[in-house]
Structure formats: structure tokens, C-alpha cells
Design a protein around this ligand. Sequence first.
Ligand code: ACO
Length: 374
Amino acid sequence: MSDEIKKGLLGIVVDETEVSKVMPEINSLTYRGYAAQDLCAKCKFEEVAYLILNGELPTKKQLKKFEKEERKDRKLSKTLLDDIKKFPKKAHPMDVARTAVSIMGLEDKETKDNSPKANMRKVMRIFAKMPVALAAFYRARKGKKIISPQKNLSFSENFFHMCFGKVPNKEIVKAFDVSLILYAEHSFNVSTFTARTITSSLSDIHGAITGAIASLKGPLHGGANEEVMHMMNKIKKPENALKWINKALDNKDVVMGFGHRVYKSGDSRVPTMREYFGKVAKIKKDKKFEKIYDIVEKVMINRKNIYPNVDYPTGPTYHLMGFDTDFFTPIFVISRITGWSAHIIEQHAANKLIRPLASYRGSKHRKVLQLNQR
Ligand code: ACO
């Protein structure tokens, strides 16, 4: 067997999927064959969540049933809610998300049942409860009263309501919904591959999503949207942007929110999210971050030929919406649960244990000496 190493599994095709693909012929990310930006234009997030999980866009009747189920499943157990109140206030909300889904696994009566039907019921519960758990922590750590989910509100509206106690205007909610649609799925990225790897030992969905969240947290993956905001805060004002980015490139720094393993000439999700970032900036009457955004982007393309990924526009958009920076990646989680779950179900349906090989470069065989001989 050849010992050729493909570090980072670069360019390796490890399985088949029906969930999503970046289609070169339309230069776009597609979910179940539909371009993500077309879904943003014509659908709300719940429709896309249904599509990713079920393979088809819902009819009105199917959507109503799906929304009813999601809204019914939102309530957290008293144990989980009490635990969230006791979590360290300085904990990163991604660690809260990871712990919350783990606790959901302890409580779920069907944890051991990996049948497709049980998995779908568990997905709905995780999908419905995760925003509630995160919003509860959002308020608990500020010493604010936790706000219960409301059944007459959509997925996105309800998240704003639980975090801030009010629902913003429709355009802001739409921008948030668009970000969730764009974050929902992206084939064999590192967190999804983590979820599939965990699933491949026939482990359960709560465990797979727990691992996926840990993987998404890293700054080279989902954590980049938070890093983008830290970068913009360091730059402070548009007048500083040119000097800052040139210095970063001179220092050979990695600039967060740029580059992608799959897209080498631009992430197809960026133009849509950039448009909504602009809309939110206009509503909030704050153009500072847009100006910084454009300057940094221009230099990155001119000097490095590296384009932004979707984390670049989502970071400042969430900031303008009022979210704390460390909640940006958790927002990614509440959306990506759909993509992870579709892949977990797909992995279960045609499973093969994921177990790559390594090229060994450690010591040659050695004799073990007794402790007093070493
Ligand atoms: N800033 C500066 N240089 C970069 C960047 C960047 N953001 N991205 C890539 N490069 C450079 C690398 O330094 C490397 O240069 P070299 O060949 O001279 O060493 C070259 O471009 C190739 O980059 P790799 O890191 O080898 O490409 P890879 O496909 O492994 O990495 C990754 C992709 C991890 C996303 C990378 O572009 C990066 O670190 N980006 C910043 C983090 C980020 O924004 N992550 C979010 C990804 S999207 C998502 O998860 C939703």
C-alpha cells in the first residue's frame, strides 16, 4: 500500500452525498440542487431547514406541520435550564452549546435509537431547543431574566425575542434568516466530517453534534466570524484599515474571514450576505464597518488574490444586529444543526467505519525495560 500522505485529506473524496454541492457550472453552493442564494431570495429559513433534512422543499401543509413541531419542541427541561443558569458566566457560548446538546442527549428517551424515524425526531428536538438554550445563557450571564420561547414567532423572530426581549423590524429578521440559510450546510467541511466520523462508529446523534460543535468552534472554521469582528474592532476606523491590512500581510498573518478550502475564486455565499450586511448597516445608520470591509477586501484580492468567505460579512452584520461577538459562532450552530443532521442520517443509511491510516515515523521497535532499569 502506498504511503503517500494527503495531509488535511486535501482533495480526497471519501464518500457520496445527496445533501449539497458547490456546482461549478453555476459557480454556486447548492442544497439538494437549489442554489443557496435563490433559496435566500424565495424562502424563509424553516423551508430550507425542511429541504436539507427531507430532500424536497415543503408544500404549505408540510411547512405548517414542520413549524408546529419545531415550536412545540422548543421548551427546555427544568434541569437543563437550571444548569444553564449555573454555567460559568465567562464560559464561551460554543462550550455552552456543546454542553447543552450533551445534556439533551442525557435526557432524550430515544438517545440509543438510531433508526431514521427516531433520528428525525431527535433532530427536531435539538434544532428547536438549541436556540432556546443559547438565548437563555445569553441573558443569564448578563444577570437578566430568561425569556421563554413564543409559539407565535418564527425561528428567527423567536431567537431575537429570547435574546433581546423584542423582535426587530422585518428587514433585520430577513437578514438574519438569510445568514442562517447561508450557514445551513456545506458538504464535507470539518465539523460535518467530524459528525460523520463519530456517526460511523454507530454512535448517537447527540454525540455527533456535540463533536461537530467543538469542531466548528475553531478559528479556521466557524470561529472565523468572531475573529473578523475582533479584527474590525482592532482596526477601529476606516482611516486605519489600509495600513492595518498591509502590515498584516507584510507580517504574513492569516487574515480571518478570507480563503476557503473549496472556493478559490470567491465564496458564492458572500455576495448575498454582503448585500444584507449593507441593508442592516443602512438601517442602523452605521457605515463604519462597511468601509473597513471594502478596504480590507480590496487589498486581500489585489495583494494575495484571496477572496472573502461567508464569515467575513456575517461577523459585522451580527454585530450591527446587537449580538455579543462570542455569540456569532453559536448562531452558526443553530443553523448548521440542519446540515449536520442530514449528513448524520445519510451516514447511518450507508455506513462504513471511517478509519484512515497514518504513515508511522516514530521509534523503531524497542524492548521495554523495568522501571528500576531505566
Ligand atoms: N490570510 C492570509 N493568507 C491566507 C489566507 C488568509 N485568510 N488563507 C489562505 N492563505 C494563504 C496561506 O497562507 C497559503 O499561503 P502559502 O501557500 O504561501 O503558504 C495559501 O493561501 C493556501 O492556504 P491554505 O491555508 O493552505 O489553504 P487551506 O485550504 O488549507 O485553508 C482556510 C483554508 C483554513 C479556510 C484558510 O484560508 C484560512 O485559514 N482562512 C482564515 C480562516 C477563515 O476565515 N476560516 C473560515 C472558513 S469558511 C467557514 O468555515 C464557514
